[in-house]
Design a protein around this ligand. Structure first.
Ligand code: KIV
Length: 263
């Protein structure tokens, strides 16, 4: 059954944890829906795990739409959030609302995700007013990589904590129904709580209302980087590598296709 925002809040109220996965294609989405994952996110991390870029900055709105359409086809009955990529919502209020509208119309997503805090509160308020639910994303915000220098735990200094607390207050007061908290110490992220919004953690400890990880990290096909918060549930890279090597060997030895695979 597809969860609505109301049902997601019901889970929060009943202290039932919410599961969320970032996916970028039809097959992964289909697997996640079959597994009963509560929420799917088409994250701009696809710039890294799908496109092979070093960060998310080069992802375009058209890329997000392309991937989100495929994910929606694979998971028609799962609550779907799609990331607004870098520079698709920063230029002006008008452009941002227009781009969010295009994304919702073309992908049949249920909500958009916007990285950034207090500065984007007016945009969040406007989007909510026109009927576009917003998931905010604060703490470590990868679209700020050129400002912060590297992916790291945020909020280590007291001044940083104050500013992240303000971001949290402002985006939730503006009407964000969900907030992704990324790259924060457990002790600090525990203090970010409200009845107004559902908190989803990634590298923020266990006290959030739910957790999100990237599909390719969960299945272990990303083997070139492993942040502490990532748990690989299977060694997908080596399982696939083994399968591909076996295929290559059988083709070379004339063992594939056998009678079983021949018309
Ligand atoms: O882009 C992404 O996949 C994300 C999640 C990891 C939160 O923003």
């Amino acid at each position: 059954m597809k969860l609505s925002i109301e049902l997601l809040f019901k889970k929060k109220k009943e202290y039932k944890k919410i599961s969320m996965i970032a996916v970028n294609n039809y097959i992964s989405a289909k697997i996640c829906q079959e597994a009963g994952i509560d929420v799917l996110l088409v994250g701009d991390s696809l710039g890294m795990v799908f496109q092979g870029e070093p960060n998310t900055l080069s992802v375009e709105l058209e890329h997000m739409i392309y991937h989100a359409k495929a994910v929606r086809r694979g998971a028609p009955d799962t609550f779907l959030i799609v990331d607004m990529p870098f520079m698709s919502y920063q230029i002006s209020m008008e452009k941002a609302i227009e781009n969010c509208g295009i994304l919702i119309k073309q992908t049949k997503a249920d909500a958009v995700k916007i990285e950034g805090g207090s500065y984007f509160a007016p945009l969040i308020e406007n989007l909510v007013q026109v009927g576009i639910p917003v998931c905010a994303h604060i703490g470590l915000t990868p679209q700020w990589i050129n400002t912060i220098g590297r992916f790291k735990v945020m909020g280590k200094k007291e001044s940083e904590q104050e500013s992240i607390k303000k971001d949290f207050e402002d985006v939730t007061n503006a009407g964000a129904f969900m907030v992704v908290l990324e790259g924060l110490s457990y002790n600090f992220s525990k203090s970010l709580k409200t009845d107004r919004a559902i908190t989803i953690g990634i590298g923020a400890g266990k006290d959030t209302d739910g957790q999100v990880l990237v599909f390719e990290d969960i299945v272990g096909v990303v083997d070139f980087v492993k942040p502490k918060f990532v748990k690989r549930y299977v060694d997908g890279k080596n399982i696939f590598l083994g399968a591909i090597k076996s295929y290559k060997k059988e083709v070379e030895e004339g063992l594939f296709p056998s009678d079983e695979h021949t018309y």
